[in-house]
Design a protein around this ligand. Structure first.
Ligand code: SAH
Length: 464
């Protein structure tokens, strides 16, 4: 973090703006909106600024800048178009230990002004560290469209009840959950729509009946194949509401970034053959956390019900009567197929698709070969990389032509995605040659031949 964001209370605080042009005017308006006691110093001011001075909104010193003017100021802004002057202002302020911003010049500034979304008392500040103000403005534009204008009203409504709610819930968690349920529900819609009276009645009823102890729950959420854009809205919302997250090795760091900042994170990662936590311990941990009243996010790669042991995890929860919810995710086979340009079914090439997992029993691959080698079918193998050679060979032994197209997709949908295509005969050699590593999926079938034409996603890593 290059800059530390804070919100300053400037009500009644003496602040100085140096400059009298359009840029200065913008800063003046902003500081006045925050209630600053403002002095503008400039030999000349634009008419709108003169009008503000006239109204008594701020004072005007009609003179060039002098170092002594910074003394006693809480904040100083240099907004002249003379670099020389801006420099002098910056130095004077810094010598006096006063935060100073030189407009559009981060090097001379000790603080920068963010792009602001104002739904007072809700205020959102966006910054790119002064480097790319245009990007900050783009983000602001998006947030503006995302956050209903009524949010300001909602924030004021909630602020009115802050103390009552605080007194009602001794437990911080219970209080937070109460607020979340209020701010996300129909009551909030009422407030934003202006039906404050009705909302207030509902609010007070709710406050009276709310439970003192937070009720725990577990959300079994599919995080998709790795690209954060492929999360569902539901997944994202639960990620931002949970108190503790239990995640797997397959869940990318970019995804964890989206989990609520202060949520506790527990890595229960399961690398093949290196179980960090045995499944029973994970189940027991979820039960314990939920019984403590926590909202537990069990975040899994891909889809929780596709080779994710999601079923086993919720069986335990059901047995303990813990409320739970399952959120589907894009399974890696779908992600890999889409991002590698391999349609899993196709009128001309594949009328069915089978997802299997490479599985050994007594040292040999234990799969239903007659079913897997049917013509007109695509087979996707999860967790099969380590036994790719055996797999490809078995396909051939059980009757698939050695020329059947086959591919391996590594880190599908992410910036690290690589696709290697060949045939059942050549794939194992190609995997070794390119050093393909987990996570990877093997796809076998005529449809793999389409990748050459249909692949559209070209991340840097894919030089294979
Ligand atoms: N529930 C997950 C699968 C878990 S099993 C899902 O629905 O996708 C773990 C296996 O999934 C890995 O061994 C690998 O075969 C596959 N996998 C998961 N993410 C992947 C990715 N981004 N690219 C390729 N394969 C992936």
């Amino acid at each position: 973090m290059d800059y530390f964001p804070i919100f300053l209370d400037l009500r009644g605080a003496p602040c100085l703006v140096v400059g009298g042009g359009e840029v200065a005017l913008r800063k003046v308006r902003l500081l006045l909106a925050a209630g600053a006691r403002l002095t503008v110093v400039a030999p000349d001011v634009v008419p709108e600024l003169a009008a503000l001075v006239e109204e008594g909104a701020c004072a005007h010193l009609c003179q060039p800048f002098a170092d002594a003017l910074v003394s006693g100021q809480r904040l100083v802004v240099a907004a002249t178009n003379l670099r020389e002057v801006n420099h002098t202002v910056s130095e004077a302020a810094q010598t006096a230990g006063i935060p100073v911003n030189v407009v559009d010049d981060p090097a001379l500034s000790t603080y920068i002004t963010p792009a602001i979304i104002d739904r007072s008392p809700l205020v959102i500040a966006v910054s790119t560290g002064g480097g790319v103000p245009v990007l900050a403005r783009l983000v602001r534009a998006r947030l503006e469209s995302l956050i209903p204008a009524g949010f300001g009203r909602l924030a004021r409504f909630a602020a009115r009840f802050r103390d009552v709610v605080k007194a009602r819930f001794a437990d911080v968690e219970a209080r937070r959950m109460f607020w979340e349920s209020v701010l996300e529900g129909p009551l909030a819609e009422d407030v934003m729509a202006g039906n404050e009276q009705r909302a207030e009645t509902a609010f007070l009823e709710r406050l009276a009946s709310a439970s003192d102890r937070p009720e725990g729950a577990v959300y079994l959420v599919g995080a998709g194949p790795g690209n954060p854009d492929l999360l569902t809205f539901r997944a994202l919302r639960l990620m931002q509401q949970s108190d503790v997250v239990l995640y797997d090795r397959l869940v990318a760091p970019e995804l964890l970034e989206l989990v609520r900042r202060d949520a506790e994170r527990i890595d229960v990662g399961k690398a093949r053959a290196k179980h960090t936590l045995p499944q029973e311990d994970i189940n027991a941990l979820m039960v314990r956390l939920a019984q403590e009243g926590k909202r537990v996010l069990r975040l899994k790669g891909g889809d929780p019900f596709t080779f994710g042991r999601g079923g086993e995890e919720i069986e335990t929860l059901a047995a303990h009567r813990i409320p739970f919810e399952v959120v589907p995710g894009i399974t890696s086979a779908s992600g890999a197929a889409a991002y590698a340009g391999i349609p899993l079914t196709h009128r001309d090439h594949a009328q069915s698709v089978v997802f299997v997992t490479g599985h050994r029993k007594d040292g040999v691959l234990d799969l239903d070969w007659p079913a897997l080698t049917r013509p007109g079918q695509t087979v996707v193998v999860y967790m099969g990389l380590a036994m790719a050679a055996e797999l490809c060979e078995a396909f051939v032994t059980h009757g698939k032509p050695a020329t059947t197209p086959a591919a391996v997709v590594e880190w599908a949908t992410t910036e690290r995605q690589r696709t290697v295509t060949g045939t059942l005969a050549t794939l194992p050699g190609l995997i070794a040659r390119h050093g393909v590593a987990s996570p990877a999926l093997i796809i076998v079938g005529e449809v793999v031949g389409l990748a050459e034409k249909l692949a559209w996603y070209r991340p840097a890593a894919d030089d294979a």
